[in-house]
Design a protein around this ligand. Structure first.
Ligand code: NAP
Ligand code: ZN
Length: 355
């Protein structure tokens, strides 16, 4: 018997969220049923459900920053037991057999691709529904362990914003002696600053203004620069080894490439809906690179959670109720959140299901 749960749903890109009931599958032998305690709001949720990346499947529930407690396990589950503190990120399945999956890079699965936590075709042909909800059922191999040191609400955003910044910072070696610029101080950016600083790099925040300068410092940045300042690109030419680009909108790529030292790398994680253009001259001169990075694999996600717990930080969050999510979306788009909105899923309890 499927399990009926409350969830926030949109019936179309312009419709407001409403509280609806959706079915979660009856746990299979290798599934875990999770009672969701907190669900982060990622800008990818917004791009998806507003059809900015293409046609989404409606009605849809998004959310891929999920933290909660194991409520039940299938008969073959060995990794988790009832009561465990767990999380789910951006994927809920993959083939498990291709080279990438065997290498713990399930996000790059080459046989059909990973199954996204929402708006993705599941193994049974249904469309996956995300974490703005009371409960979720997920294969044990795509469930992470949340360290005791991290509360659910500050841990939830790590499942996407944390791993999406941790993985490129590890790949392109944010370390002592390296000058790292974090471009955009939103949900991803604020995790990038904390992680790069904890790895010992010298971190500069590149933001549109100096509005978040004090917070950036508290997160571990040595300085914040306003990209709107006069002669910004001229004044900071050739300063950085690595730019972590988290911006959700179009940017003048060539100008940002000029901020890199020779052999510097721009690691792109922000995915604006519009195509971005750059000149080959920007990468040929100085042998620079523009590289992309998509979340991170399951083993590295666990490593990131443990790293954050060891270093004593999670996300900086603003809690919102299930009735405040439309408003939260507007604030995210306006860059007005410090730094991640997280849905307090206990507020589903009193919420009426809408027709
Ligand atoms: P967010 O919280 O909205 O942060 C984005 C930041 O970009 C804003 O805080 C703002 O920084 C900057 N920004 C926004 N509009 C801008 C504009 N017009 N010009 C210049 N800067 C602007 O979003 P997020 O959740 O961190 O996600 C960021 C992007 O990463 C999104 O496109 C999302 O889809 C993508 N993403 C990718 C992956 C992946 O695996 N690659 C994973 C998750 C998310 P300031 O206010 O500091 O200027
Ligand atoms: Zn995300």
């Amino acid at each position: 018997m499927p399990i009926s749960v409350k969830a926030l749903q949109k019936t179309g890109p312009d419709a407001p969220f409403k509280v609806a009931t959706i079915d979660r599958r009856d746990p299979r032998p290798d599934d875990v049923l999770i009672d969701i305690k907190a669900a982060g709001i990622c800008h990818s949720d917004i791009h998806t459900i507003r059809n900015e990346w293409g046609e989404a499947h409606f009605p849809l529930t998004v959310g891929h920053e999920i933290a909660g407690v194991v409520e039940a396990v299938g008969s073959d589950v060995t990794k988790y037991k009832v009561g465990d503190r767990v999380g789910v990120g951006c994927m809920v399945n993959s083939c498990g057999e291709c080279e990438e999956c065997r290498d713990g890079q399930e996000q790059n699965c080459t046989r059909g691709g990973m199954v996204g936590t929402y708006d993705s075709e599941d193994v049974d042909g249904s469309i996956t529904q995300g974490g703005y909800s009371e409960k979720v059922v997920v294969n044990q191999d795509f469930v992470l362990r949340i360290p005791d040191a991290l509360d659910f609400d500050v841990a939830a955003p790590l499942l996407c914003a944390g791993i999406t910044t941790y993985s490129p910072l590890a790949t392109w070696d944010a370390a002592p002696g390296k000058k790292v610029a974090v471009l955009g101080l939103g949900g991803l950016g604020h995790m990038g600053v904390q992680i790069a600083a904890a790895k010992g790099a010298e971190v500069t925040v590149l933001s549109r203004s100096l509005k978040k300068e004090q917070e950036a410092k508290e997160l571990g940045a040595t300085r914040t620069l306003a990209t709107s300042e006069e002669d910004f690109f001229k004044n900071h030419r050739g300063e950085f080894d690595l730019i972590l680009n988290t911006i959700s909108a179009s940017i003048p790529v060539d100008k940002y490439m000029s901020l890199l030292k020779p052999r510097g790398v721009m690691a792109v994680v922000g995915l604006p809906p519009e195509k971005q253009a750059f000149s080959f001259g920007s990468v040929i001169g100085g042998r620079k690179a523009i590289a992309g990075s998509n979340i991170g694999g399951i083993p590295e996600t666990q490593e990131m959670l443990d790293f954050c717990a060891e270093h004593g930080f999670g996300a900086k969050i603003e809690k919102v109720s299930v009735h405040e999510v439309d408003d939260a979306y507007e604030r995210v788009v306006a860059g007005d959140v410090k730094f991640r909105c997280v849905i307090d899923t206990s507020t589903f309890a009193d919420a009426e299901v809408e027709a």
